[in-house]
Write a protein that binds this ligand. Sequence first.
Ligand code: PLP
Length: 382
Amino acid sequence: MIFLDAAATTPVRREVLEAMWPYLTGEFGNPSSHHGLGEAAATALAAARATTAKAMGCRTGEVVFTSGGTEADNLAVKGIALARRAADRHLDRVAISAVEHPAVEESARYLARVHGFAVDVIPVDQYGQVSEEALAEVLGPRTALVSIMYANNEVGTVQPVARLAALARALGIPFHTDAVQAAGWLPLDAGTLGVDALSISGHKLGAPKGSGALFVRGRTRIEPLVHGGGQERGRRSGTENVAGAVALATALTLARDPAERVAALRDEFIEAVLTGVPGAELTGHPTERLPSVASFCFPGTSGESVLLELERQGVICSSGSACAAGSDAPSAVLLAMGIEPEVAQTAVRFSFDSTVTADELRQAAAAVRTAVGGVRSLRTPS
Ligand code: PLP
């Protein structure tokens, strides 16, 4: 099997499993307990927080451990918008890009449905990028928060986050970025990016599902979504997932710079597919894209048939985001980029982890040629 669906999830890395193992077994203490076992857990949690803070270029007190990317996005979008409006009732708008993951989009929709916010959706260009002009157009004195992802999960397009964040911050508007797909591939330094909040998820980079973190800058007010014992400085109650935090921190440390090697392999793969499959179209930005994502449309096929054919040949990939998989509707991300619905329905995404090899991608490109050719010949009556 050649697994090219790493943007959906990745296996737990052996080093990560070894690092977390003690906190699932012998060192199983609750970090709030005042005995040796509890203190050992608290020490491990503090070390994981320090490592995560280093990876995010922030202070330890600015890291909130969560159950993953979805929770981090919810906490950022709802928590910051609600806290800002509580301080000033005129702040009743949130701005998000047209290509956000549902974790951000649905959080914004919830703010509209339940709390009366208005949602400004910032359009993207044909490559899925937000321009400074498009962002400036929607920002106003009522904007409570901007949320624009760092890198897109379906097409891999990377946003000019530092420039967009600077624009919002110049107007005093907090800026959140969903860095779930960027983590492990792009620098996460919150200072350089100039963001006020940034979400990451463990299972995209070799830690288990159910681990994640949100960076929240210094004094940014944030309304907690989960109430209880006041853990995570009151921003996220609940007994901490010590093993998950250790796993996330370890995965972040291991994710050191495979980016250039993988980007070169991605480019060769894109070239092989575009030259080998007549009519294949690359989706997303040609250069400003994640090293780990190559996404295409194959007009004249159906994405689902190509996927099935590829799986028969041992290549596992996806039609877009795992969250939208199984739905017949064409991807909202591709539609926002101006791709026609019948073409959007032919989308296939290949996404790699850091272990991907040239040989695997050569085999995958050959499989794509056969699969697309096969599906097209079945659809074209002779
Ligand atoms: N944001 C993006 C861009 C993602 O790709 C994903 C997962 O696919 C998420 C958020 C949600 O993360 P999690 O699966 O950890 O809840």
